[in-house]
Structures are given as structure tokens and as C-alpha cells.
Design a protein around this ligand. Structure first.
Ligand code: ADP
Length: 319
């Protein structure tokens, strides 16, 4: 392979830039030309592609977002859309593609590989919801953003003796809620992967109040339901003053943590190695701190699970 491409797709995550940088530098290190595709699959279809040099990715390792921009592109879900994309790749003489994104982006990469165009997926999403890797690029940064917010909200919760419900991202995956809740000392954590018992939550809040505890933090993943509605229910049932904070998109931005930069650098470079070995249709990850790769199809067929032992621990520590 003499010329490869790289794109970022789907929801952005902090560390995507570090991954792009690693892909570009690793390719050039091996004397392979590297082309950046802007705006994800939309830019691929439109031919929004340009050659990248060592300097093209200078000064981005510490920046959130993605220098290559990202997009959602429904047209790429059609055969015609993908054929247009492949035409562009051929026009530029690109022989393999690194796709940095979430599971939707992986689906596009799998389809491209089926069209005979080798792709390697790199897990870039704050949700940590991609099987085959212990961590996705951006998760650690998002987690630290959430913990910073919880710590600040805790100050006010303590001063005003209130209950706080904090809604965090995670439509299908509770990793952000679970890790942030555990690290932030939350009394209750609600995740999409586990049912909850409202009576038990109310009881625990009341018991805590009786033994002098005047404030509580409840973390709810957005996939469980509206934090605002949940907060209203809690206030009605307990009569404790309750406030709600929906953290929203602040969780997606910001300078990546050292852990995310290192992860992105390792995974981006490894993706290039696989492509150069002619191993398309793979996705890379990290398991037990070792670089691994899996068949994209196998990963897309696997369901993400949260660490149930951590969920149990969070309950044990917040009795
Ligand atoms: P993420 O990668 O963060 O999960 P999305 O689910 O929005 O984000 O997917 C990003 C893009 O991947 C979509 O806009 C589309 O272009 C492409 N994609 C998603 N699903 C498919 C599919 N079934 N076939 C081809 N491309 C897809």
C-alpha cells in the first residue's frame, strides 16, 4: 500500500486529533502517502480530500474536537452513496482507509471493506460503548469533565443541603454515569443496563437524611430517562429540595487527558500497521493494556456490557 486515507465520523470525541496525528505520522514514517478526508463519509462522497504532511497535524495533539471535521451522512448507508465514495478514493489513488468513530462509523467501514476497499476502525467516542476494547478514545476526558462538574455541584449541594440529580451522556451505555458516579462518590447511579427501584432510592434518601446526611448526588445516564422528570419525582416523594443539572455537550469537548492522548496515539498507529499488512475489515482496541484487533463484523454483532461488578460496588459504597 502506497497511499492511505483517514477520516473522523459520527460524534466527535476528545483525542480524535491525537489519533489523526498518529495515523499521519505513522504512515509517513513508513513512506506511505496519507490523505485526509474532511467531514466524514459526507466529505468522502463529495471528494473533500487532501494530502496531509507531517506539519498538517502539528499542534493538534492537545486539542479537542477533530481537525478533519466530522459529519453524519445518511447517504452513505445506501449502495449508491458508497459507490460515489469509492469512486473518489480511486480518483485519489487511495488504497486503504482508517475510520475513527463510533459503531455507526464502523458499519460504514465494514460496508466499504465488503465493496473490496480495506478499512480499519479506531474507536473514537466518549461513550465507551464499543466492544473489543476496554476504553474508547475520549472516554477518559469526558469522565474527568463530569467529575469536575460533580465536585463543583457537590459544593453547592452541601452548602444548601439539597439533593442534586446530574444527567450525563450515555443513550445506550452507562459507562460515563457508572465511572463518574463511583469516582464522584454519588449516592445513586442510574444506568440503562440496570433496572432501578424508585422506592428503594427514596428509602435510601430518607434513611440518609434521618442519620444527618443533608445532601445527595444522583447520577442518571440520559438513556434512563429525563433527569428533570426524575428530579421532580424525587422532590415530590421525599419533600427534599432537589435540583437538576443536565451536563450536555460540555462532556464532548475539551483538551484530551494524557490517557486519551496516549490511547489515541497507540491505536492510530496500530491501525496503520494493520492496513500496511493488508489486514482490512479490522478494528483496533486495547484490552488489559495490550493492543488488539478484531473483525469489525464480530464487534458489531457483540453487545456492549458495563462492568456489573463496578455497579455492585457503587451500591455497596453508597449505603
Ligand atoms: P457514530 O460513529 O458516532 O456511532 P453515527 O451512528 O451517526 O455515529 O454514524 C456515523 C456515520 O456512519 C453515519 O452518518 C453514516 O454515514 C455511517 N453509517 C452509519 N450506519 C451505517 C450503515 N449501516 N451503513 C453505512 N454507513 C453507515
Amino acid at each position: 500500500m502506497k497511499r492511505i486515507g483517514v477520516l473522523t465520523s459520527g460524534g466527535d470525541s476528545p483525542g480524535m486529533n491525537a489519533a489523526v496525528r498518529a495515523v499521519v505520522r505513522k504512515a509517513i514514517y513508513h513512506d506511505v502517502e496519507i490523505y485526509g478526508v474532511y467531514n466524514g463519509y459526507a466529505g468522502l462522497i463529495a471528494g473533500n480530500i487532501e494530502k496531509l504532511e507531517l506539519g498538517s497535524v502539528g499542534d493538534i495533539i492537545h486539542r479537542g474536537g477533530t481537525k478533519l471535521f466530522t459529519a453524519r451522512c445518511p447517504e452513505f448507508k445506501t449502495v449508491e452513496g458508497r459507490e460515489k465514495g469509492i469512486e473518489q478514493l480511486k480518483k485519489f489513488g487511495i488504497e486503504g482507509l482508517v475510520v475513527i468513530g463510533g459503531d455507526g462509523s464502523y458499519m460504514g467501514a465494514k460496508k466499504l471493506t465488503e465493496h473490496g476497499f480495506p478499512c480499519v476502525g479506531v474507536p473514537g467516542t466518549i461513550d465507551n460503548d464499543i466492544p473489543g476494547t476496554d476504553f474508547t478514545i475520549g472516554f477518559d476526558t469526558a469522565l474527568n469533565t463530569v467529575i469536575d462538574a460533580i465536585d463543583k455541584i457537590r459544593d453547592t449541594a452541601t452548602s444548601h443541603e439539597r439533593t442534586y440529580v446530574i444527567e450525563v451522556m450515555g443513550r445506550h451505555a452507562g459507562d460515563i454515569a457508572l465511572w463518574a458516579g463511583l469516582a464522584g462518590g454519588a449516592e445513586t447511579i442510574l444506568i440503562p443496563e440496570a433496572d432501578y427501584d424508585m422506592e428503594d432510592i427514596i428509602d435510601r434518601l430518607k434513611r440518609g437524611h434521618e442519620r444527618g446526611k443533608k445532601h445527595s448526588i444522583i447520577i442518571i445516564a440520559e438513556g434512563v430517562g429525563s433527569g428533570v422528570e426524575f428530579g421532580e419525582k424525587i422532590e415530590k416523594e421525599t419533600q427534599f429540595e432537589t435540583r437538576v443539572s443536565v451536563l450536555g455537550h460540555i462532556q464532548r469537548g475539551g483538551s484530551p487527558t494524557a490517557a486519551d492522548r496516549v490511547l489515541a496515539s497507540r491505536l492510530g498507529a496500530y491501525a496503520v500497521e494493520l492496513l500496511l499488512e493488508g489486514r482490512g475489515g479490522r478494528c483496533v482496541g486495547i484490552q488489559n493494556n495490550k493492543l488488539v484487533d478484531h473483525d469489525i463484523l464480530e464487534i458489531l454483532d457483540t453487545e456492549h456490557t458495563v462492568d456489573q461488578s463496578m455497579y455492585r460496588l457503587s451500591k455497596e459504597l453508597s449505603i
